[in-house]
Design a protein around this ligand. Sequence first.
Ligand code: ATP
Length: 595
Amino acid sequence: MDRTFQVDLRGVVDLLSHHLYASPRVYVRELLQNAVDAISARRAAAGPGDPPVPARVRIDPPDVTGDGTLRVSDTGIGLTEDQVHQFLATIGRSSKRDDFGFARHDFLGQFGIGLLSCFLVADEIRVLTRAEGSPTVLWRGFADGRYSVAVAGEDRLQVGTTVTLVPRRDADQWLLRRTVVELATLYGSLLPVTVEVGDTTITGDGLPWRPGGDDRRQRLVAYCQEVFGFTPFDVVDLAVPEAGLTGVAFVLPTPANPAARAGHRVYLKRMLLAEGAEGVLPEWAFFARCVFDAGELRPTASREALYEDQLLESTREALGDQLRGWLVRLSTRDPRRLTEFLEIHHLGVKALAVHDDEMLRLVERWWPMETNTGRMTLADFRAQHGLVRYTVQVDEFRQIGAVAAAQGMPVVNAGYVYDAQLIERLPLVEPGALIERVEPSDLTTHFDALEPGLELAKRPFLARAQRAMDRLGCEVVLRAFDPAGLPAMYLVNRSAAFAAELRATRERVDEVWADVLDALARTDDEDRPQLVLNHRNPLVRRVSELADEDLVRLAVEGLYGQALLLGHHPLRPADAALLNSSFLGLLNKAVAHED
Ligand SMILES: Nc1ncnc2c1ncn2[C@@H]1O[C@H](COP(=O)(O)OP(=O)(O)OP(=O)(O)O)[C@@H](O)[C@H]1O
């Protein structure tokens, strides 16, 4: 024999309150929503010759009703007795679906559970309702699952519905006037019907971003200050017709943390969905907070977030396009403002430029980068120097920037987030653009070799210097380069840096691992880091002429330590020990000499 499921209403209410709704406060939203839907249904049912449908929702808090209850009255379509049985007695049944069970476009509700949220704050719900041409019906539902339906002794004066909540003992604060005004304002201030709490009218002039009015911008700035708490850098209009969306984006006046998810204020059919909706804009657009109303986007069942579907995805893209369009317009109409904007939000714009040609051109023209010939935009750099040479790490730039400049080789520091990726994409959008990545070891080729006679004469010195450096895995070379004031440079390329890391690890691990690491560490000589001594430097020249082998070793070790420090290289324990012993050794020699 088939049986019918029994539903324990207390269990369902518990489920709603703990797992679906974030707070009992949603009861105000659900009541408003039902009232607005009932008015929409009445409008839809009205014939062309009928008088206009009144559109009013009035909430009377306990201080007006006088009996501790809260009452919500609407001028909506009302329910017949049959409909009361049909829609109020069955959880999950709704009059707002079409014959195929889909949510009907003209209504906010769709799930058939909203009224239950009133049990979060009430023990009893009464619905007194009258439909056109039908008697007034009273439905009473209780939190324990009982309900009754009766034809009311007295008819309601007007067609419509009054919902009365008898508060739960521990929940009466949710029904207080102050709270109800606050909640009705939060959820319902943009609704297209008149909403009143007692004598206070909640609804106002419509959407804050409605067109028109000389003071529109001022109005929007004030609105942004009120809802988001900042004065926007700029206001961007948003419109996505297929989502029935209109609204505005406010550009943040201070840098935003790209990792922190920005919340947007979203209304669906003019009812607040969320104050902190996420995933509404593409991730790169973290410099904007938006507020919009959309008629076609769908809510999740809790009505606290947007349902992730294709329409939401295409809406997100369209909103992204509009923000990008604003940026591009700014670059043509008001470059000074654009520079100010980039000062604040360059990270977001660069993240965008990694995938977007137009944004890349914008960064190229307007974002000044660090170079060894001063800060300048890539466009200016190309105009002045042609080839864009760049380092991909800040440390590499520090190592070679000054030396390269002294040699007349302009280099861009592309070590900051996204910069190298942007330069590497540049030839795709600017076909004439020439780029070349520089590594510190490339620079040796720009160092002048010594003339052969001198080179030969310095062989014994080099051999001694090399012996001093062998245990540190570093090759010593003697070149002539500018600036002459710089005695030595330590150059590492990336594979050498990797080998150096392996060596450092090897010092800390057991034998089996050490063997494995040794196998990995076998690198060619040209991968070794180089200590380049500068023959143009008077001190180096004097060192290269020393006869005392011990003193040569100490001096070369000292130059090595100094080059490490100068190039911001990490000091391994062995380097620190060497720096220490060479310093003490040199000091010792100096003091001994005095004696
Ligand atoms: N003020 C009202 N006037 C007329 N009918 C109402 C009113 N409030 C509720 N109803 C009827 O009760 C039904 C159930 O309401 P409920 O709020 O539980 O669900 P819903 O509004 O259909 O969907 P949702 O769960 O998305 O809110 C509605 O579909 C509607 O037919």
